[in-house]
Design a protein around this ligand. Structure first.
Ligand code: GLA
Length: 427
């Protein structure tokens, strides 16, 4: 009996498939401080924008009052630079007291009182990337502290750590989080640091430990950065697509929509691509000053629905030529053996005039006999019913997208569509 219990405990610590926590069945959504607010700790000169409880409380207020929470963005998360440089006398992590005078538990309570979840940032190594205390050698204490504080989401970075140790360290911390009994979504930077060091990540294993994981460079405020991420995901899709699904997602990093670097079309492009990639959607933007048209992109229900589709399929690049790309993702509803699909037409050209793109639905795998109802998603335009041999033509702005959903039709839906059209006929 003792042996069985012991084996169970050892298995919990090292057996990958014991770690599934049942969370993040669709890509997590929220707000993350890093890309927009970085490590600004100068509250004396910049009290509105420094990393402080005031900033997070304000963002939490706006997430609720301005409709972000009801659109699905339900996590608000710390990133680096929230910590004091020293642990407490009893060895616990503690926040910088001048910037978080009420401590992290009080901030988490405030966030919960708004109906949001609270996200934490830490690092597997000796220090965070910004030079604050990491969790190495304190794994058990810190997992317990996070649970006591009411943390719902943990981003665990990988600076100041040995990437070859991560196959052991990240699962160990994941197990300790689970053992607290508090459900916490686990966001890992594990593969990113391994790839940097020339180690091939074991994604099958990582997917049993982490709910999401980074694998490429940090995003910054430019179209060049967004484009490089899109290329990485297209070029590595045969590795990345199979390992994504409900509970475990590739993370191409934050949404930078509403900041300084992207045009309106490029912002739509980021939103469309992150949706079709089934990426976590973490906004990193000043919600106090975001322009209305950028806010509308972040809140677009049709596009979010593609990201949050319950099938949890990561989209695939199926065409790339002369600056034009076509990406496709299977979505609900299905009518066996056919599935509906979301399609992004992405124009990487910058030669000043929109590009016309035509596809025959059959050529991109849409072969249902009854055809597809095609809707443009950003503006919600009904483009009509297309059969497999029909040609769909879209006009795509430079560094922009057109995104459509092709909903598979059935015999019944064709009849009801016909009745609807006749009932509502104007002439
Ligand atoms: C790394 C991560 C970023 C951010 C910073 C903080 O670079 O990849 O997302 O968390 O650390 O220092």
């Amino acid at each position: 009996m003792k042996f069985v219990i012991l084996t169970g405990i050892i298995c919990l610590l090292v057996c990958g498939d014991a770690l599934e926590n049942g969370l993040a069945r669709t890509p997590p959504m929220g707000w993350l401080a890093w890309e927009r607010f970085r490590c600004n700790i100068d509250c004396k000169h910049d009290p509105e924008n420094c990393i402080s409880e005031r900033l997070f409380m304000k963002m939490a207020d706006i997430m609720v009052s301005e409709g972000y929470l009801s659109a699905g963005y339900n996590i608000i998360s710390l990133d680096d630079c929230w910590l004091d440089h020293n642990r407490s006398e009893s060895g616990q992590l503690q926040a910088d007291a001048s910037r978080f005078p009420n401590g992290i538990k009080a901030l988490a309570d405030y966030v919960h009182s708004k109906g949001l979840q609270f996200g934490m940032y830490e690092d597997y190594g000796t220090l965070t990337c910004g030079g604050y205390p990491g969790i190495l050698n304190h794994l058990e204490t810190d997992a317990k502290t996070f649970a006591d504080w009411g943390v719902d989401y943990v981003k665990l970075d990988g600076c100041y750590a040995d990437p070859s140790e991560m196959d052991k360290g990240y699962p160990e911390f994941g197990t300790l989080l689970n053992l607290t009994g508090r459900p916490m979504v686990y966001s890992c930077s594990w593969p990113d640091y391994q790839i940097d060091k020339g180690i091939k990540p074991n994604y099958t294993f990582i997917g049993t430990v982490c709910n999401l994981w980074r694998n490429f460079d940090d995003i910054d405020d430019s179209w060049v950065s967004v484009s490089s991420i899109i290329d990485y995901y297209g070029d590595n899709q045969d590795t990345l697509i199979p390992v994504a699904g409900p509970g475990h997602w590739n993370d191409p990093d934050m949404l930078i929509i509403g900041n300084f670097g992207l045009s309106y079309d490029q912002s739509r492009a980021q939103m469309a691509m992150w949706a079709i990639l089934a990426s976590p959607l973490f906004m990193s933007v000043d919600l106090r000053t975001i322009r209305p048209e950028m806010k509308a992109i972040l809140l677009n229900k049709n596009v979010i629905a593609i990201n949050q589709d319950p099938l949890g399929v990561q989209g695939r690049r199926i065409y790339k030529k002369s600056g034009v790309e076509i990406w496709i993702k299977s979505v609900e509803p299905s009518s066996a053996p056919d599935r509906s699909a979301a399609i992004v037409f992405l124009n990487r050209r910058t030669d000043g005039t929109p590009t016309r793109v035509s596809v025959i639905l059959r050529d991109i795998g849409l072969t249902s006999l009854f055809g597809y109802k095609v809707e443009e998603l950003f503006d919600g335009l009904n483009l009509g019913v297309y059969r497999p041999d029909d040609s769909l033509t879209v006009i795509v702005n430079p560094s922009g997208v057109v995104m459509v959903k092709c909903t598979v039709q059935t015999k019944d839906s064709i009849i009801s569509e016909k009745n609807w059209n006749e009932d509502n006929a104007l002439f």
